[in-house]
Design a protein around this ligand. Structure first.
Ligand SMILES: [Zn+2]
Length: 333
């Protein structure tokens, strides 16, 4: 695999640079031109944003890197050589630990930087991580042919943990602990930031709770992938969707479209949801196949393809979840 080769080549490069450093005045550790700087690398936007929130009042010179800032979808992202170099020389690396950033584990295996704190968010969530669910009407992924029965598939966990505001609170707590371990001097600043950020998360959670409690319809119909499982379970909502959250499928079968169109009729749904950046074609086919044909599409943001431009425009986890709230408040009948 190409990526593995890049990783091992880079691991060698890092060793070479570190070794060269021993002869000079450089301090121990990996290739690091500014040892006082706290370097944190995050794969997904929510983690980047949480770390940014938690470190905002710390006195420490901190550099936070968001790897997916080109707006690439999480599921198709592959790190560049430069990205791998950044990870190999950072103090803390935050990744999901799920299906789409499996490459991170290869990078970590090859890394010679043993001082680095690697935080897998899925691991941090522990038993709150849920298995991926193939729901009624959903189109399964085309399975690769398996030779023998022995090759039992491990359960795949749903990695879209950040779409639960309650998970966000837990994960921010874990990130805060790691920051305190790395930089004791600013412990009180990290803890104060966590406390004030948690208040905002609590407020948003409360708003979602009251919105969904008074909603007439308790089911979301998605003409798309469905990464919102943690979210709907927090508020007791049901859902129907074309594909599981990490699916690479882009074409829905006749059966899937017909099933979802039937749900639109049965639930008298006014909305078929899509994800950000979706062309909405599947959702439109569902609407066109329903009896009334008058449902509208509405997009919810899965916060997995946030670009540098959105970031520069001031978007953050709370603002994007707040937009989801606004969308739901006008579409949940
Ligand atoms: Zn995914």
């Amino acid at each position: 695999m190409k990526i593995k080769r890049i990783i091992s080549l880079l691991a060698c490069a890092v060793v070479a640079v570190s070794a060269a450093g021993c002869g000079s005045s450089a301090s121990s550790g990996a290739a690091d031109s500014s040892p006082d700087k706290l370097k944190i690398v995050c794969t997904i936007f929510p983690a980047y944003d949480w770390v940014r929130e938690l470190t905002k009042d710390s006195k420490k010179d901190t550099e936070i890197t968001y790897l997916l800032d080109k707006g690439a979808d999480l599921h198709s992202f592959q790190p560049t050589a430069e990205d791998i170099m950044k990870i190999s020389t950072c103090d803390m690396f935050v990744y999901i630990g799920g299906e789409s950033d499996k490459w991170a584990e290869d990078v970590l295996k090859e890394s010679v930087n043993k001082d680095m704190k690697a935080v897998s968010l899925m691991e941090a969530l522990g038993s709150d991580a849920k298995e991926e669910e193939l729901k009624e009407g959903m189109q399964g992924e085309e399975e690769e042919e398996h030779g023998s029965e022995e090759e039992k598939e491990e359960p795949e966990y749903d990695e879209h943990i950040w779409l639960s505001v309650r998970n966000a609170e837990k994960l921010c707590g874990v990130l805060c602990d790691k920051l305190c371990e790395l930089d004791k001097d600013n412990e009180s600043a990290y803890k104060a930031s966590l406390e004030s950020y948690n208040k905002e998360l609590d407020k948003l959670d409360g708003d979602f709770k009251s919105l969904t409690e008074k909603a007439g319809s308790k089911a979301l119909i998605f003409g798309d992938r469905f990464p919102f499982r943690y979210f709907v379970e927090d508020y007791g909502l049901d859902y129907y969707a074309a594909f599981v959250g990490c699916s690479a499928e882009t074409e829905a079968s006749f059966e899937t479209i017909a099933f979802l169109a039937g749900k639109v009729d049965e639930l008298n749904a006014g909305t078929v949801y899509i994800l950000e950046n979706s062309d909405g074609k599947i959702a439109q086919s569902i609407i066109d196949s329903s009896k009334a044909k008058n449902a509208k599409t509405a997009a919810l943001n899965s916060i997995q393809s946030v670009s540098r431009e959105q970031l520069d425009a001031g978007e953050n986890y709370l603002s994007l979840m707040r937009k989801n709230y606004e969308t739901l408040s006008t579409t949940l009948g």
